[in-house]
Design a protein around this ligand. Sequence first.
Ligand code: EPU
Length: 422
Amino acid sequence: MDIFRIEGPVRLSGSVRVNSSKNASLPIMAAALLGPGKSVLQGVPHLSDISVCEQLLGQLGCKISREADDELCIDSTVVDHPVGEYDIVRKMRASICILGPLLARCGRVEVSMPGGCAIGDRPVDLHIKGLKALGARVHLKNGYIIAEAPNGLQGSDIFMGGPFGSTVLGTANVLMAATLAKGKTTIESAACEPEIADLANCLNRMGAKITGVGSPRLIIEGVKQLSPVRYRVVPDRIEAGTFMVAAAITESELRLEHCRLNDMMAVVDRLRNIGVTVDAAEDGCVVSRQGPIKPADITTQPYPGFPTDLQAQFMALLALAEGNSVVIEKIFPDRFMHVAELNRMAANLRKEGPAVIVAGVKQLIAAPVMASDLRASAALVLAGLAAEGMTTINRVYHIDRGYERIEERLNPLGAKIKREDV
Ligand code: EPU
């Protein structure tokens, strides 16, 4: 099992290219099921979550290949086993996003019910509610969700909001299913995340008729069929935000290429408020910090609010602020596994329900720590760059799920990260 040894503190400099988005790639890969034939998705990153999704599509009957490094080909001519098996779904919850497209294409689908994970319970009731509204019959059997619509789906008006706001993959599922439903569907309180807008743009390129893209009201006129597509996935705003924090936490200057600041207004706003400079540049931005970090209050919210997927990384940064910050998690109230680990590195964090009070310290100190989920591990890498001494991070496979060889991207900038197989 791989570990990271990170020597700090370091200063970083230079330029890094942000990959295309994992969380846009996954539902777009599922969307390829809707257009029988060979789709080519460009920019899909080399990540373990993407490999799991490739395996999943392979089990359904698709043929997957990488013809060029940058191009993932999904041949969905044959889809003869519309079942998302437990063995795959337990590795990656996002497997749930085959539910909508398979139901629309095959009239029947079985997907293992995803369990909870390190960031919380993560129910799928809204996905099911949305598909039922389109006329599907849905029941649970032996841990599997079984959805059927033998005579096709019927367009409908659906409210998709839940106790924590909109749902990203729930919106993806219902949106994909509705593209082939008879008549018009309106999804109200749809997720507005750029990854959902990217999915809708891709579906429109496949022949779908979706309007309101990027807004909380998506209107879908059902069509009879979709075609395969050639499509480039948007830059990963969460990876970009992680590199921005890397510049800030090491008091450095970094140039980010392939980054859309317009998708990151809440993040850029927080950074500027705490004393980090973010300047737009061609196809990206330059991020730099000279002075001390000021404290801040951060509340995670659905887009365009501050993303939960950057909460842990910002907590590592605020741990070094001059004063007290409050971080409130409104999407996944239990997503705080990194708190105890950062405290092992001499941070001063106190959890109070769905909030953490961050009392800034002058210096983080290296320690052996444990990665618990993807974004928590990213926070530990960032803390390791700034901490005095050698930080060891166990269970690095969590970070490989969402960041492509992060050490090979950060080391040329001045980081000292070694991957070891122990
Ligand atoms: N929720 C429900 N019922 C549902 C679905 C969701 O109550 O049927 C609740 C969730 O429990 C949560 C909130 O709604 O409180 C939002 O969850 P959402 O459904 O939006 O999350 P998701 O679609 O399962 C995606 C990302 C996550 C990201 C969240 C929130 C992918 C593959 N995953 O998950 O990304 O944190 O949206 O933005 O797109 C990550 O990349 O590290 C990651 C966890």
